[in-house]
Design a protein around this ligand. Structure first.
Ligand code: AHR
Length: 631
């Protein structure tokens, strides 16, 4: 029988210690979490000349012209009379010979359909110089040309008009296309051609992929950092994520290119992010750019005397989340269907900023304005990339709530850094580990990388008075479309693959304690081996323990010459070894145990350094073999 007494809790664990970091990288948003099945729905793609991956993109990417039954059309994308100033491009079909004429979209690697499932279809259409039937046929067609379901939409005329319908799939397939066709003749304009499954998370329109949201929910995350990452401050400041472009009617949102080599429709925007946070009970952590572009991509910045509108964007975001419905941005939130505030508590200023004079000048201007307008908002700053935490001094001076550190390092770094926070100054800002992942050989998700992350999290929990939040990065990777590995969750159009690293996050997220118990244990062991002797051992990585007191049957055999044990890892003896031979006899009873006799050994010790526990072994022989051990 072994009884272990842990005297007292030492560290309270933050209620939001484990959360998520979401960035639209690896097609995590469009073609990922966002359930839209049509790719390039508003014809806004263009070639990203500065990006190797995005060079093949163009306004008709993912689209084809349909000319069947003798029909003929010239197809082009134009912005001559746009749907609105934000959504400029649309497709124009000049149909000179009627038949079955229109366009088709192949989605993301083909559109997958489930037999019996219902799909919402919508588009904007306008016709000029028209003759013949003014209805449009929206049809889902499998790769082999068979019909998977269709709907006819009436009422196209000379002005932009939104048409909507529902299609029930009559078969399951993985590679369907969506066809929009007409039998009329003249000029047809189409924009915002959209197809959503009705079976989104919570059945929301403009919703999210249910299977992916459930994979997030199973992590039990307590916060959500979004929208990046590098895309938050952009490749050149003009490319930053402007949250105002991502809210309101989806047809009015202003798309942006994505520095990871594709495009962002912003259909999944700040409203949807806040709503997801509410649904999964996560604290929203929006990342606000601070007038400085991504340091890895040019590091351009807004002149100080032009910063005003950018600071105002930050303040308006807080109003959008929390403001009354009578306020400008609170009213928009209400119009979008959420009159209640989203209870925003934190904002992150900057992402992984480089330590430059421009950054140092601009950060305090944002934090000051936010504190003045919203003193209740907690400001999370940024310390930069890697273990050097170059900007922590600025964060300390600014007295931020916490400071965001990022590490993408080999597994051994995580093992060695289990004790990283042991010596952090408790008078400085808390730490937010806002991006991390162990990068093993080949940047694959390995069991070793996952275990090293777990070891690191043990150190985080021991230092939870210093480390307030942590999140793995990146979160999602779409099979065949990854710019970055490893990721936590991989998916294709139907499947979700949880990695070993995911299960570590889940283990810690689902089993987070309220407190971290002190390593100081009082251990009382009662047993009846034939002899009693024992030893105390230490684990790897320079563990040091201090032994205060040992009693055997109440007899004080407390050590004199071996009070402090220290050493390094040894491969001998199955990773367990005797640390101080002189200690062994002192712990023994010194005679055979009488049958029926109870022998009680009490050891009081504590670990004072290193990353591993200590071991106590006692039992049948002089080395303690055959007995019990406690780690
Ligand atoms: O997570 C991928 C990228 O890594 C993020 O966009 C950036 O913050 C970091 O450098």
């Amino acid at each position: 029988e072994i009884q272990v007494f842990c005297d007292q809790p030492t560290v309270e664990l933050s209620p939001h210690l484990y959360g998520l970091f979401f960035e639209d990288i690896n097609y995590a948003a469009d073609g990922g979490l966002y359930a839209e099945l049509v790719q390039n729905r508003s014809f806004e793609y263009y070639s990203l000349t500065n990006n190797r991956r995005g060079q093949g993109l163009h306004p008709l990417y993912a689209w084809n012209t349909i000319q069947r039954s003798g029909g003929h059309a010239e197809t082009q994308v134009t912005d001559a009379e746009p749907l609105n100033p934000n959504n400029r491009n649309y497709v124009e079909l000049q149909i000179t010979k009627s038949g079955e004429v229109g366009v088709s979209n192949k989605g993301y690697d083909g559109i997958h359909l489930d037999q019996g499932a219902r799909y919402n279809v919508s588009l904007y259409a306008r016709a000029k110089d028209w003759s013949g039937d003014s209805s449009l046929t929206i049809r889902l067609e499998s790769k082999d040309g068979s019909d998977c379901g269709s709907v006819r939409l009436q009422g196209v005329d000379g002005d932009w008009k939104k048409l909507e319908g529902i299609i029930t799939a009559n078969q399951s397939t993985d590679e369907a296309s969506l066809l929009v066709t007409t039998s009329g003749e003249g000029t047809l304009h189409l924009d915002m051609v959209s197809l959503f499954p009705q079976n989104t998370f919570k059945g929301r329109r403009n919703g999210l992929r249910k299977d992916l949201v459930l994979a997030l929910k199973e992590l039990n995350p307590k916060f959500f950092r979004f929208p990046g990452g590098c895309i938050a401050h952009g490749s050149g400041y003009d490319n930053r994520y402007n949250w105002k472009d991502s809210v309101g009617d989806i047809a009015q949102r202003k798309p942006n290119w994505n520095l990871w080599g594709y495009h962002q429709s912003y259909g999944l925007g700040f409203f949807e992010y806040f709503q997801l946070c509410e649904d999964l009970e996560m604290a929203p952590l929006p990342v606000i750019p601070i007038g400085v572009g991504c340091g890895f991509r040019g590091n351009d910045f807004v002149p100080i005397d032009e910063l005003g509108p950018h600071i105002q964007d930050a303040l308006d975001l807080i109003e959008f989340a929390n403001g009354p419905t009578t306020s400008l941005w609170g009213q928009l939130r209400a119009e979008m269907g959420h009159p209640k505030p989203f209870n925003l508590e934190f904002v992150c200023l900057g992402n992984e900023e480089h330590d430059t004079p421009d950054m140092r000048q601009r950060f305090p201007l944002f934090s000051k304005a936010i504190r003045e307008a919203y003193p209740e908002i907690k400001i999370i700053g940024t310390s930069g990339l890697g273990a050097g935490i170059p900007i922590y001094d600025l964060m300390t001076k600014d007295n931020v709530y916490s400071s965001d550190e990022h590490y993408y390092m080999p597994p051994n770094w995580f093992l060695k850094n289990e004790g990283r926070f042991d010596d952090f100054d408790r008078n400085k800002p808390l730490i937010f580990v806002g991006e991390y992942a162990a990068h093993d050989h080949g940047r694959k998700n390995t069991l070793f990388s996952a275990i090293s992350e777990a070891v690191f999290l043990n150190g985080v929990e021991r230092n939870a008075d210093m480390v307030d939040m942590t999140c793995y990065a990146p979160l999602f990777g779409r099979k065949g479309h990854c710019q970055w590995n490893p990721d936590l969750i991989y998916f294709d159009k139907r499947n979700v693959v949880r990695t070993a690293n995911y299960y570590v996050q889940q283990l810690y997220g689902q089993n987070k304690g309220d407190v971290f118990l002190n390593n100081e244990v009082a251990m009382k062991t009662i047993g009846r081996p034939s002899t009693v002797s024992g030893q105390i051992g230490i684990g790897s990585w320079n563990t040091t323990i201090e032994v205060e007191k040992v009693t055997v049957n109440g007899r004080d055999v407390s050590p004199t010459n071996w009070k402090v044990l220290s050493g390094t890892y040894s491969d001998k003896d199955n990773h367990y070894y005797q640390t101080d031979k002189t200690a062994t006899p002192a712990m023994s009873l010194g005679r055979e145990v009488i049958d029926g006799e109870t022998v009680s050994i009490e050891i009081r010790a504590r670990k004072t350094g290193g990353s591993e526990g200590f071991l106590v072994r006692f039992g049948a022989d002089a080395k303690g073999n055959g007995g019990y051990w406690w780690n």
